[in-house]
Design a protein around this ligand. Structure first.
Ligand code: NAD
Length: 407
């Protein structure tokens, strides 16, 4: 194998979300966070040689610097951290030109389009601090031999918790009831006229990877009928343990489910999958929970279906573009339970992906292999989880419009 020779001093560009509007917290709600031993499939948690941050503190914002500052500085590298990521001439675009590594989080994505990738002739690796690398033009990364890696599993279970929260809150109509309380009201009939039990419903996931499968595990105690569709079938033992109905197509799944949760990556096969046509095949009054990617759903079809009653509710935390514009229709459509893109960036998840990024960088600087499950693109090809979960092509089209939506 020919060893790549990298410069000793590298420039690392890190795009993070803005600090809190007030100040960085001096004290957090919890004094510490639980220490997890391993993931359910025995995969080990991120294991860098060292960390220079306190787990449970804000790391994903600019001042948090993903806990990388000391490590990179001591090794002589240059770390540039910015939240100025959209539009022509933004700081991230300028700094990218001579960067060796770029790090971005899906919650506040730096859209690495083909044009931007072309401008960055030193770029060797793009790290997703999280999971989901659709904000990069993966085809351009393959063409330009830029490796793409993500911290597989770091926040999959965080998202699954959020999905369960959203399924329950939509079906039970929590948001409406909470609003009534905040407004000083007490009309029970108003509060429950859209409220149902989840028990006995048919709940299906589009994709049963790390998140989808964890959602199924977490929903089992609610005594629901569970369905899934994935391009990789689960082992028979898992299907039996969870009493799952496997579907050969997404159309078949949506036609029988009361609740559909979307847990596949965004890639050319899944872009705008939930359009008028597919939603038309769903049961009247079904609910959608999408914490995968906003662009898997058609932006206009969702409000249309909520207004007509075809859908009873839609919740999720993913939008296209991000940040979402102040007047994005999903902020004001009826019966929605949207949050900003938060499910995978709880303080607990941040500690894992910050450690994962550190582990990746340690491997990269030492020219030792990065774990196979972290790979999305390697040496010009889809690799690792990229080969398993993505297809070739790009889904960054339209991302340049994010520049119009700042603040
Ligand atoms: P994973 O790789 O473990 O699972 C992805 C699954 O999707 C795989 O089983 C794959 O076979 C399946 N899949 C891919 N294309 C498909 C298709 N066309 N039809 C059906 N199934 C398909 O990843 P994961 O950890 O479960 O994460 C899944 C996605 O969730 C990520 O790619 C990302 O987009 C999103 N995510 C969101 C957040 C958040 O904060 N909201 C955090 C993490 C991940």
């Amino acid at each position: 194998m020919i060893k790549k020779s990298y410069p000793e001093i590298m420039k690392i560009l890190c795009i993070l979300y803005d600090d809190p509007k007030t100040v960085m917290p001096k004290r957090y709600a919890l004094d510490d966070i639980p220490k997890l031993e391993k993931y359910p499939d025995e995969m080990t948690l991120p294991s860098p040689k060292e960390i220079d941050f306190t787990p449970g503190e804000l790391l994903g914002c600019v001042s948090g610097e993903l806990g990388l500052h000391k490590f990179l500085e001591e090794n002589g590298h240059t770390l540039i951290v910015t939240s100025d990521k959209d539009g022509k001439g933004c700081q991230a675009e300028k700094e990218l030109i001579d960067s060796d590594v770029v790090i971005s989080q899906p919650f506040f994505p730096f859209y690495l389009t083909r044009e931007r990738m072309k401008s960055a002739s030193n770029l060797k690796m793009a790290i997703t601090a999280g999971i989901g690398s659709d904000h990069l033009d993966l085809q351009a990364a393959m063409d330009h031999k830029v490796d793409v890696v993500e911290v597989t599993y770091c926040n999959s279970r965080s998202v699954a918790e959020h999905v369960v929260m959203m399924i329950l809150s939509l079906v039970r109509d929590y948001h409406n009831q909470h609003r009534i309380v905040n407004e000083g009201g007490w009309n029970i009939a108003d509060a429950i006229q859209r409220s149902y039990d989840v028990e006995g419903m048919h709940v299906g996931t589009v994709a049963a990877g790390r998140i989808g499968l964890d959602v199924l595990h977490k929903m089992k105690p609610f005594d629901v009928h569970m369905h899934y569709f994935d391009r990789h079938r689960l082992p028979e033992s898992v299907e039996q343990e969870l009493n799952l109905t496997h579907h050969e197509s997404v159309e078949s799944l949506v036609s029988v489910c009361d609740v559909v949760t979307i847990n596949c990556p965004l890639h050319p096969e899944t872009e705008h999958l939930f359009n008028d046509e597919l939603i038309g095949k769903m049961k009247r009054g079904a609910y959608i929970v999408n914490t995968a990617r906003g662009k898997i759903c058609d932006r206009d079809a969702i409000p249309r279906a909520l207004e007509s009653g075809k859908l009873s509710g839609y919740a999720g935390d993913v939008w296209f573009q991000q940040p979402a514009s102040n007047d994005h229709a999903w902020r004001t459509m009826p019966n929605h339970g949207m949050t900003p893109h938060t499910s995978g960036t709880s303080l607990s998840a941040q500690a894992r992906y910050a450690a994962g990024v550190r582990e990746i960088l340690e491997c990269f600087f030492n020219d030792s292999p990065i774990r196979d499950p972290y790979l999305i693109v390697k040496d010009g090809e889809l690799a690792g989880m990229g080969a398993h979960s993505y297809s070739k092509g790009t889904t960054t089209g339209g991302s340049e419009e994010a520049a119009n939506f700042q603040k």
